[in-house]
Structures are given as structure tokens and as C-alpha cells.
Design a protein around this ligand. Structure first.
Ligand code: NAP
Ligand code: HEM
Length: 527
């Protein structure tokens, strides 16, 4: 079912607190390729508690042989869910073997081509990772199928195309290879890729491996797919969550055919565009937490600044060490407090990003104008900032739990009530932040309606910030009023971290004032 799209007045860029990072799938975008149930399968969905596919395949023979391997339950001659044409795999390394097993289990007739098909210890029964079929030569494998998976290292491609270009004419060749390193991609030629014909431009960093194959094999429909899956996933992922397989090609028919194979293997095919997009898909495996480095750097920076501040104010200044803060507190209590302070500012910054975006729209009297790069990056970093803050909060909660019976809580009367009230608010705030974190997981977020998701990410996010800001305020107000805590005029750190949180909440209240909120809504609706 397609999720309801956001109402026009709600700007997805500004509404969530820990929204999905820009490079992730929008949980509310409907899947481009939902599994189309065949008529027999969809009829079975009316039976409560039934697995539709299993229902469709259920027969008496299956009842009698419950402990046969899964593939043995399926009578291939009657398997009408999807036609399974013969396929060929060239190269029987780790990936080729794992793919062969998977295709074989899914009911395909697989022909495996090897450089030396009769190598000792190989074949159906031999080797540490035996093939389920007898290998043959490249030529025989190519001849026996229209869809051919090329599972050899890309360094072997130049020699391969020289020998097999003619045999591959009219076939679909699926390139699964990955480069050895992520080459910086130059801006491509105006034509969008290497021109067909002419000499093979191997090792041109501007082009993907798949584009170079396509140029060398002009009679062959080259498809880039499966390169983001590992051999291990192919071997072990059966029955688990369905990873996406990105499929890029310039040929619509080849794309349909490969996406169909992807689906029958239990994966989710994604139309990743033309073969030119292989430049991106080939670099995916080199990604290392993109979008997180800015947030991590900011977090470390804040932590170090706050730590140095507390170190000086509480421990290094003459007369700073006193009964409430001793140097022995440094490794645990001070670190815990600094983490809490960093977390509060990070959490405020996740909310402040959306508020700043709204203020920017108000200032420019339009929601159509793109945000400047710094604001767009800040908005995109909210999820990382929020999750990093939550990690620090976990540390803070543990240290606080360890120390609440210590000297900091040797309080009396009203102070005890204040402290306990503060902890209650903090606990409620942490629970709300936990819910925010969980719903920022794409799989969980996608199970929510837009209204539910927005309620959690926006409304709960604001309440969470209000609760934890109140926690810090109530707990620390007595200190702020006591001048013995201002060593050499340095205010307690808790005041410095309270200011951005309180300012963010104040700006939000301003934005909620009816005239401002109405004007903002008018702008966002394009009126
Ligand atoms: N392993 C993974 O998890 C993974 C994931 C995604 C993509 N891939 C891609 O899949 C391809 C194969 O990876 P792999 O891990 O299976 O590598 P591998 O274990 O080293 O196997 C490569 C196979 O390619 C064949 N081959 C043909 N010409 C070759 C040559 N000149 N030098 C070496 N081998 C040659 C050999 O098979 P025969 O002896 O049978 O001829 C060899 O066993 C690579 O392009 C890789 O980027 C691998
Ligand atoms: C998102 C959640 C939370 C945030 C952002 C947060 C933030 C803060 C801040 C800024 C302070 C003042 C630090 C200072 O004096 O410099 C503080 C202190 C404290 N918080 Fe939290 N807090 C959170 C959750 C909790 C929870 C769940 C508990 C325990 C149930 C807790 C217990 C305490 C305690 C005991 C102190 C005093 C620590 C001390 O004096 O050493 N906090 N917190």
C-alpha cells in the first residue's frame, strides 16, 4: 500500500528532529518495486495467519516431506510463479559459487564456465565450497544461456572481452565486479560515457567498469548488478531481511529480466538508472559513514571545549576543588557531566536546525528558495547529531545512576524534591528520545504513517528537549544562585549549556505564536 504523502504545508526538510539522512530512503516513499503477487498468491492473502507464498505452493507432497530441503518441496515443472530461464556464470570464485548456489536453490538451471573446468577437486562433490553443478568452458556456458553473470576480477576483463566478444553478441551480461579502490570520478564527457566502438578505454577513472565493458562489447546488453552484495550474504541471507540489489543498464528489457531474477532470489530490485549510474554503485562499497563526519567532529569539539572548561573551573583554578567537586571526580563524574552537557547542546542543535530553516523561510518570505549549503548540511546532519547525543546520554545516565547516592545527592528537604522532580523529567525525556531513535531506523519509520512519524519526530522531539532542559534547570538552579559556584567569575557549565537549549525552545514558542505560525504555513503552502 502506498503511504500517504506529506501534506503540502508540512515541509519534510524542517519537520523531523532525527529525520532520515538525506542519502537514505524516505520511509514514506512507496517502494518502486513492490512484490507483485500473482493471482494465486493474492487470493491466498484472504486466509488469516497464512504466508501467501507458502499457501500458494502448499500441496500434499509437501505435507509428507516436511524435512526435505526447502528447494526440494517445489515441483519445478508446476512452478508458475515466475519463468526461470537458464543462466550462466563465468568464474567460480567465492562470488561465482555463492551466486551459483543461490540461483540453483531458486530453481534456475545454472551453467558455470571456468577457465579450467576439469580442475582436480572441483565440480559437484569436491572442494571446500562445492558447486551444485558440473562446470564447463566459458564458450559452452555462454552458449547455453541468454543471461550471463561475469564473476571474475575486473583486472581480467580486458583479456576476457578480446576472447569472448563475438560469443557474447546478443546476450545480457551482468557485471558484478567492484573496483580495487574508489577512484576519484572526473566529470564525464558530454556524451555521458565512453563512446561505443574504437579502442577500449580500460582504466579510465572517469568511467565505471561496467561502462568500459559496454564499450568493449557493443553487441552485448551490459547490466551492472549484485556488486553491493557480498558472497557471504548470497550464501547466508535466505529468509532474512531482503537487501536491495541496484540494477543499472541502458537496456529496458535486460533490466526487467535481471530485476525479475533479483526478485526470485529473494532480494529487492532497485532501478538505479542507466549504466552511467554504475559510477555511483561501484563506489558504494567504499563508503564509510558518509554524512557522519561533520556531526562526529562537532561532538568531539564540543566535548573537548566543555571538558577543558570544567577542568579549569572545577579543578585547576585555585580554590576550585571543594567538597562538592574533588579532583578524584575527574575520571567519572566530571566526564559524565560533560557528556550530559554535550548531549544537551547536540539535542538542542537538532531542533535548532529546523527552527533556523523556518526562520530562513520567514526572512525570505518563501519556502521555494533552496537553503544555503551550511543549513542544508545542518538539516541533513540531524539524525547523526541526535544519535550521537543519545549515546552520550546513555553514558550520562549510567554515571548518574552510579553516583546518585554520592555527595551530589546528600541534599535535604526541598532540594531532594527538586532533584527527584528533575530526574523524573529527565527519565521521561530519555524515553521520548529513545522512541525518536528507534523510529529513525528506516525499517521502523517506514511502518508508520506520515502523521505518526511526524508526531514522534517533531512533537515528541520538542517535548523531549523541553523535559531534559527542565531537568538541567531544576537540578542546577540552586547552584546558579549560589556565588560560591562561580570560580573567578566562570559560571557553572550547566548555565552555558542551558542557554542554547532554552533559546531553541524560546524560538520554537515564537514560531508557534498564531500570527507567525499562520504566516509560515502560508509561505510553505506557496501562497
Ligand atoms: N567476494 C565478494 O563478496 C564479492 C562481492 C561483490 C562483488 N564481487 C566481485 O565478484 C568478482 C569475483 O570476486 P570473488 O570474490 O569471487 O573473487 P575470487 O574468489 O578471486 O574469484 C575470481 C574467479 O574469477 C575467475 N578468473 C577468471 N580470470 C581470472 C584471472 N585472470 N585472475 C583471477 N581469477 C580469474 C577464477 O575462476 P575460475 O578459476 O573458475 O575460472 C577465479 O576463481 C570480482 O569482480 C568482485 O569484485 C565479489
Ligand atoms: C536526554 C537526557 C539527559 C540530558 C540531556 C541530561 C543533561 C544533564 C545536564 C546538562 C546536567 C547538568 C550537568 C552539569 O552540572 O554541568 C545533568 C545533570 C544530571 N543528570 Fe542529566 N540529563 C539527561 C538525562 C538524565 C537521566 C535519565 C538521569 C537519571 C535518571 C539524569 C541524572 C542526572 C544527574 C544525577 C545529574 C547531576 C550530575 C552531577 O551532579 O554530577 N540525567 N544532566
Amino acid at each position: 500500500m502506498t503511504k500517504p504523502s506529506p501534506p503540502p504545508s508540512l515541509s519534510p526538510a524542517t519537520s523531523g528532529i532525527f529525520p532520515l539522512a538525506a542519502d537514505e530512503k524516505d520511509p514514506h516513499a512507496s517502494s518502486s518495486f513492490p512484490l507483485d503477487p500473482s493471482p494465486s498468491v493474492s487470493a491466498a492473502t484472504s486466509a488469516p495467519f497464512s504466508d501467501p507464498v507458502r499457501f500458494a505452493m502448499h500441496d500434499k507432497a509437501e505435507d509428507e516431506a516436511l524435512f526435505l530441503p526447502r528447494s526440494a518441496h517445489l515441483d519445478r515443472s508446476r512452478d508458475t510463479l515466475t519463468a526461470r530461464p537458464p543462466v550462466a556464470i563465468l568464474g567460480a570464485g567465492w562470488f561465482g559459487r555463492a551466486l551459483c548456489q543461490r540461483l540453483h536453490q531458486a530453481g534456475y538451471t545454472v551453467h558455470v564456465g571456468r577457465r579450467r573446468p576439469t580442475a582436480a577437486g572441483e565440480g559437484v562433490a569436491g572442494g571446500s565450497f562445492p558447486l551444485p553443478v558440473l562446470p564447463t568452458t566459458y564458450f559452452d556456458a555462454i552458449e547455453s544461456a541468454r543471461v550471463i553473470f561475469l564473476t571474475i576480477p575486473h583486472r581480467a576483463h580486458p583479456a576476457f572481452v578480446v576472447d569472448y566478444a563475438a560469443a557474447l553478441a546478443g546476450k545480457i551480461l551482468v557485471d558484478v565486479s567492484n573496483p580495487d579502490e574508489d577512484l576519484p570520478r572526473r566529470s564525464p564527457s558530454p556524451g555521458g560515457g565512453p563512446r561505443r566502438g574504437g579502442s577500449v578505454p580500460w582504466r579510465q577513472p572517469a568511467y565505471s567498469i561496467a561502462e568500459q565493458l559496454a564499450q568493449a562489447l557493443p553487441q552485448t546488453q551490459v547490466v551492472k548488478a549484485f556488486n553491493t552484495l557480498s558472497a557471504y550474504q548470497l550464501e547466508h541471507d535466505i529468509g532474512g531481511p531482503s537487501p536491495q540489489v541496484l540494477v543499472c543498464t541502458d537496456y529496458a528489457e535486460a533490466q526487467r529480466e535481471i530485476m525479475n531474477i533479483v526478485r526470485t532470489l529473494g532480494y529487492t530490485p532497485v532501478d538505479a538508472g542507466t549504466l552511467r549510474m554504475a559510477r555511483d554503485t561501484e563506489s558504494i562499497n567504499f563508503r564509510f559513514f558518509p554524512g557522519w563526519w561533520g556531526a562526529v567532529t562537532f561532538t568531539v569539539f564540543l566535548f573537548l571545549i566543555f571538558f577543558l572548561y570544567d577542568l579549569v573551573a572545577l579543578h585547576l583554578l585555585p580554590g576550585a576543588n571543594n567538597s562538592s567537586h574533588q579532583f578524584s571526580d575527574l575520571p567519572y563524574r566530571t566526564i559524565g557531566k560533560v557528556m550530559a552537557s554535550t548531549a544537551l547542546v547536540l539535542l538542542a542543535s537538532t531542533n535548532l536546525a529546523g527552527v533556523t530553516a523556518n526562520l530562513w523561510q520567514l526572512a525570505h518570505r518563501t519556502a521555494q528558495r533552496p537553503f544555503p549549503a551550511w543549513l542544508a548540511n545542518w538539516l541533513a546532519a540531524r539524525k547523526a547529531l541526535g544519535l550521537l547525543a543519545f549515546m552520550l546520554v546513555v553514558f550520562h545516565v549510567i554515571t548518574s545512576a552510579m553516583l546518585t547516592n554520592g555527595p551530589a545527592f546528600a541534599l535535604a528537604g526541598a532540594q531532594v524534591a527538586n532533584a527527584q522532580g528533575s530526574l523524573l523529567l529527565a527519565t521521561l525525556g530519555v524515553i521520548l528520545y529513545g522512541i525518536l531513535c528507534v523510529t529513525s531506523i528506516p525499517g521502523v519509520g517506514s511502518a508508520l504513517s506520515w502523521t505518526e512519524w511526524r508526531f514522534i519526530q517533531s512533537t515528541c522531539g520538542w517535548w523531549a528537549l523541553a523535559l531534559v532542559t527542565a531537568h538541567s534547570f531544576i537540578l542546577r538552579l540552586p547552584q546558579w544562585q549560589d556565588h560560591s559556584y562561580y570560580h573567578r567569575n566562570m559560571p557553572p557549565l550547566s548555565i552555558l549549556t542551558f542557554i542554547p537549549a532554552a533559546l531553541t525552545l524560546f524560538l520554537k514558542v515564537v514560531l508557534l505564536l498564531p500570527p507567525v505560525a499562520e504566516y509560515l504555513e502560508m509561505i510553505q503552502n506557496g501562497r
